[in-house]
Design a protein around this ligand. Structure first.
Ligand code: SAM
Ligand code: SF4
Length: 332
């Protein structure tokens, strides 16, 4: 069967879904979640596995062929591997990816490899145990590090995500670039966004992608620009002779919206056609109200046809102007 290719109202293809399988997490990264007073969704508010599988079948029939499972921490969801097996076998799903903090991931790496997982993004903001504890509010560095070593051994393609934060981990930037010297991994430095679940935010971002890049170029004057993948969010570079590469992601400056091919579904089943919108369609309610696949498809197509041009327009269209959600509910 030929799968269609959907385009949004700005001519951008829509073929990539990032799905949050839970809002729960075993870390408390300060840029993502408050330390205390978190109100997790009751279980019945989450999409069930059956609903997720149905959603993915519907999305795949619309030409969405790349799926990333995220959260919250995906592996905190009981029996996640059961869901992954189903998704990996869904017609039309051409590549399945995961974003994880690595703490509970280790025991599943072999099976993930067998299932043909296309890549794993591992969040690691620092190589220092104390700084890790300070950023994540948990003493789990050793587990994440161990998972990184297992992932390298497995040869599953790896991207390390590091959010760069003034006073927290800028001394890690160069040591993290050094991780790419002998290992064919991508280390991506990300601008901090306002999705910390608390609504408080700086007026001006200190470590912009430009500053991160200049800092790296200062240490490696020969840094080479690589060809960026279509729809990539990262600008990719390489230190000549190193095995891996380095990316900078302008997540707050939003330079990549013009080619954005991704949509999100939050842990409670709400469709976001832009990271910065407030949610445009409650898919869980539609499913629970008994809509057919065809009816849900047509609602999805309508939502894709009214997508904001970019993250700035999406932010302006918010009813509640302040961006206060946690990245863990949105699905980073
Ligand atoms: N728990 C998993 C993890 O940490 O990899 C998956 C979910 S997490 C929300 C996904 C990604 O979002 C992580 O790489 C994290 O660093 C990033 N993230 C979370 N909050 C962010 C923020 N305020 N600004 C930039 N990136 C953020
Ligand atoms: Fe948890 Fe990931 Fe958010 Fe950190 S970034 S608190 S690991 S969901």
């Amino acid at each position: 069967m030929m799968t269609p290719q959907l385009y949004d109202n700005h001519g951008r293809p829509i073929n990539y879904l990032r799905l949050a399988v839970t809002d729960r997490c075993n870390l408390r990264c300060f840029y993502c979640m408050p330390e205390e007073g978190i109100h997790y969704l009751p279980k019945k508010e989450l999409l069930s596995f059956e609903e997720i599988e149905r959603l993915i079948r519907i999305m795949a029939s619309l030409g969405i062929s790349k799926i990333r499972l995220t959260g919250g921490e995906p592996f905190v969801r009981t029996d996640l591997m059961q869901l992954i097996r189903k998704i990996a076998a869904t017609d039309g799903v051409k590549s399945l990816h995961l974003t994880t903090n690595g703490i509970l991931t280790g025991p599943h790496i072999e099976e993930l490899k067998q299932l043909g997982i296309a890549s794993i993004n591992l969040s690691l903001d620092t190589l220092d145990r104390e700084r890790f504890k300070n950023i994540t509010r948990r003493d789990e560095f050793d587990n994440t590090w161990q998972t990184l070593q297992q992932l390298i051994a497995s040869q599953i393609p790896i991207k390390i995500n590091a959010v760069v934060m003034e006073g927290k981990n800028t001394e890690d930037i160069i040591p993290m670039v050094e991780l790419t010297r002998h290992q064919a991994i991508s280390v991506r430095f990300i601008e901090e966004m306002p999705f910390n679940g608390e609504g408080n935010h700086y007026a001006r971002l200190s470590w912009t992608y430009k500053k991160i890049l200049e800092y790296i170029q200062g240490a490696y004057p020969g840094l080479e620009k690589m060809k960026d993948q279509p729809h990539a969010t990262a600008y990719t570079y390489k230190v000549p002779g190193y095995a891996g590469d380095v990316g900078v992601i302008a997540a707050f400056s939003r330079t990549f919206c013009g080619t954005c091919n991704r949509i999100r579904v939050t842990a409670q089943g709400i469709l976001k056609t832009c990271l910065y919108d407030e949610g445009v369609l409650n898919i869980k309610e539609l499913m629970r109200a008994g809509l057919t696949d065809e009816a849900i498809k047509s609602k999805l197509i309508q939502a894709f046809a009214t997508r904001p041009r970019d993250g700035f327009e999406a932010e302006l269209q918010r009813k509640n102007k302040s961006v206060h959600e946690s990245m863990s509910t949105i699905g980073g």
